[in-house]
Ligand binder design. Structure first.
Ligand SMILES: Nc1ncnc2c1ncn2[C@@H]1O[C@H](COP(=O)(O)OP(=O)(O)OP(=O)(O)O)[C@@H](O)[C@H]1O
Ligand SMILES: [Mg+2]
Length: 221
């Protein structure tokens, strides 16, 4: 499902080029749950950006769901994301001027699905927010906002779910609930999941763990 080979990423900054990834290698099979751990600044978020096509590698190959992302242009990457990937961020990333229902329907509307709002309503039911569809993000608790984000991530039945510290902004009990939901959603759909986390207990819940250090994957077990 995911094959990263010798991936490097160099970004230009005011202080000159920054070598963020330095030959990262990684594989994950279909349906696997992979945790990505490692110190702050190791490149974990960057790795997710590359898998989702939000960032393009400077060199190396990034193959996801049978597609080679390295040579794609922005339009092709956007289409790839829409069809294959659901993403959950630490800070929810909901559109503040849209209701929960509109937020969840958005990716389907981009895909011109006529049943966008029906599917969005069902996805909100699945995360226990059937009674909150008309609420705006500011009218929801942190845990509820992250559940809206979960619903949005899975509403188009992606083959790959990427989650970047999805519990980072939540208290322990709320985070636990969100994570349980994330695993249930991934399991039910058979999706592959890549989960960045600082929480060793959470990493252990994944079948496999990739340890990143200074722009490379040091260990994959
Ligand atoms: N746009 C950018 N321009 C320059 N450097 C960047 C940029 N984005 C990230 N970096 C640098 O790349 C390195 C890896 O960042 P990344 O966000 O992937 O780390 P991380 O492992 O997710 O860390 P954390 O655990 O703190 O979230 C960091 O040193 C960061 O400062
Ligand atoms: Mg990060």
């Amino acid at each position: 499902m995911i094959v990263l080979r010798d991936v490097s990423l160099i970004l230009q900054s005011q202080a000159g080029p920054v070598n963020i990834l330095r030959g990262a290698n990684l594989r994950a099979g279909a349906g696997e749950h992979l945790a990505v751990v490692g110190p702050s600044g190791a490149g974990k978020t960057t790795l997710l950006m590359l898998m989702s096509g939000l960032e393009r590698a400077t060199s190396g190959t990034v193959r996801v769901a049978g597609q080679e992302l390295t040579g794609m242009d922005e339009d092709q990457l956007a289409k790839f994301r829409l069809e294959n990937v659901g993403i959950v961020f630490q800070s929810f990333h909901l559109a503040p001027a849209m209701t929960a229902l509109e937020n969840v329907a958005l990716p389907l509307e981009f895909a011109r699905r006529a049943d966008a709002f029906d599917l969005a309503a069902k996805a909100l039911e699945r995360v226990g927010l059937g009674g909150r569809v008309k609420h705006y993000p500011a009218q929801l608790s942190g845990g509820e906002q992250q559940r809206v984000a979960l619903a949005r991530a899975v509403v188009a039945s992606p083959r790959l779910i990427l989650a970047d510290e999805p519990t980072g902004n939540l208290d322990h009990a709320t985070g636990q609930k969100v994570v349980d939901m994330l695993f249930t959603l991934a399991q039910e759909s058979g999706a592959t999941m890549v989960l960045v986390t600082h929480d060793p207990g959470l990493a252990e819940r994944c079948g496999r763990v990739a340890h990143m250090e200074d722009g490379v994957v040091e260990e994959l077990r």
